[in-house]
Write a protein that binds this ligand. Sequence first.
Ligand code: 4NP
Length: 158
Amino acid sequence: MTSVLFVCLGNICRSPLAEGVFRDLAQKRRLSDKLEIESAGTGAWHVGNPPDPRSIEIANEHGIDISQQQARRITEADFSQFDFIFAMDQDNLRHLSAHRPPDGTATLSLFLDYAGLGQKDVPDPYYGGTDGFQRVYGMIETASSGILDRLFPVNDPS
Ligand code: 4NP
């Protein structure tokens, strides 16, 4: 089993989308039973809340239901329970690096390092409009696909 955790600031906009999109792609690649997929936030403001309505909406438009997710905050245990922790931006990554316990085994990395887009941060769409969520969705799809390619390379005999 490979376990992956997506982390943003509030766990209501970006990382819930990443969780939903990654789960959907994994299902389509028939990899669901090989993966544990969760998301969390570095902040606690929205703990227990469902994702932002704009994230729920953009996921819906792509046939993905994330409405049942509940925000939670990253815990110390996450650093040893997950194999990979992906930070949605460099602030999130700094927070994770600073809070990582000495015995933490998870590999920390920047989510967009797997997208090949030449960008480092999935921009925080919270204070913007719907177009921000659309842009974020595309980046999340590309990076999620890149991560799955890396974790589960497909043998190409050609
Ligand atoms: P997220 O977006 O980190 O993608 O979930 C945010 C959600 C809420 C806040 C900031 C970012 N906030 O300040 O409440």
